[in-house]
Design a protein around this ligand. Structure first.
Ligand code: TYM
Length: 352
């Protein structure tokens, strides 16, 4: 079942602990910089969820990143850690760590790949999109990607997984794998996690083409706002963003069939933390040139200080390494117990 708690979210900080979400897990690939889609679809929710959950894990999924070739993985992993901290991830309240630093992920990934079915994986639309026309040349890792993702989540007994809309199918697969595993090896081994997909910001589209999502892999940086962008870069990207020739509508129905307008209004609403209808009430009838100035203003307010903080943190490599080292220790200690259970259930010989 898909949970959409956007109506009641964010919960107040003083929510009694028994009403809190159980265990949160989510991940981000250090395959490039953090962009506005990552922030609005996932990371800003990760920050707020720190007040609502009992146990929280945020993972830099470098093993996922290498399913396509990477040239600056080490550097990108550190700067992604800096980006998350700059956005408000608190490494005391949340376990912030690098996937490859806990080998339980790949160990469990292999075990789960013996439970997942080829048919399940061949339905994954993200693989089809990323592999493109020449599927024979895609890495085996790219195909098995969602199984490793299931391992990430199930390893820590996550009950809720906050992600953008594009990860929905992977989460459904994770649930299938957990259920199949429990059926074969023991009912109580894995919790079956719920995706948390918030309606606001769940699918931020490219600034150049409202029909494709904003992504790290889009070849032109003009389609996305990166956290590293200063005000000048942001202003130039927004001013050049594709729009249509009409003015902004005053009702949501007026955005139908206008993908680029819908995207810019959605970005503005998510950054301000208000609904689309409320935004349109105040900007209906406005020209895009004027609306873009308003949007640049809110991006300056919300994103630019985070970018500056990220640059500052990137200058303190020792601090970043120490945060990730502590995260690794906490993550490993917490996954060991479940791995023991899994090895035993699957019948592996324990040799001491
Ligand atoms: P990744 O690195 O592509 O993206 C990280 C998060 O950002 C969200 N996101 C978006 N949200 C809205 N609009 C966009 N244009 C946009 N682009 C990205 C993603 O939905 C994601 O939540 N497979 C995952 C990483 C992963 C993971 C996991 C996630 C690996 N293991 C376990 C959750 C749990 C991914 O590629 O994210």
């Amino acid at each position: 079942m898909m949970t959409n708690i956007s109506d009641t979210y964010p919960r107040p900080v003083d929510t009694p602990s028994d009403e809190r979400l159980g265990c949160i897990f989510s991940g981000i690939q250090p395959s490039g910089g953090l962009h506005l889609g990552n922030y609005l679809g996932a990371v800003r929710h990760w920050v707020s969820l720190q007040d609502c959950a009992r146990r929280i894990f945020y993972c830099l999924v470098d093993c996922h990143a290498i399913t396509v070739s990477q040239e600056r993985l080490r550097e990108q992993t550190l700067s992604m850690a800096a980006a998350l901290l700059a956005c408000g991830i608190d490494a005391e309240r949340s376990v912030l760590f690098v996937q490859s630093s806990n080998p339980h992920h790949t160990e469990l990934g292999w075990m789960l790949s013996c439970v997942a079915r080829m048919g399940w994986l061949s339905r994954m639309t993200q693989f089809k999109e990323k592999a493109g026309k020449d599927r024979e040349q895609a890495s085996v890792g790219l195909y098995a990607y969602p199984v490793l993702m299931a391992a990430d989540i199930l390893l820590y007994g996550a009950t809720h997984v906050p992600v953008g809309d594009d990860q929905k199918q992977h989460l459904e697969l994770t649930r299938d794998i957990a259920q199949r595993f429990n059926k074969s090896y023991g009912e109580d081994i894995f919790s079956v996690p719920e995706p948390l997909i918030f309606s606001s910001g769940a699918r931020v589209m490219s600034l150049r083409d409202g029909s494709v999502k904003m992504s790290k892999s889009e070849s032109s940086p003009m389609g996305r706002i990166d956290l590293t962008d200063g005000l000048d870069a942001i202003a130039s990207k927004i001013r050049k963003a594709k729009t249509d020739s009409a003015v902004l509508p005053s009702k949501e129905a007026g955005l139908e069939g206008r993908a680029e307008a819908k995207n810019l209004v959605g970005i503005y609403a998510a950054l301000r933390g208000v609904g689309i209808a409320e935004v349109l009430e105040s900007v209906g009838g406005m020209s895009f040139a004027k609306f873009k100035d308003v949007l640049i203003g809110v991006l300056e307010e919300v994103m630019v200080p985070k970018g500056e903080e990220m640059r500052r943190l990137c200058g303190d490599k020792n601090y970043l390494i120490e945060v990730l080292r502590k995260g690794r220790e906490r993550a490993r200690a917490l996954s060991e117990e479940r791995m023991k259970k899994v090895r035993e259930a699957m019948g592996f010989l324990e040799v001491g």
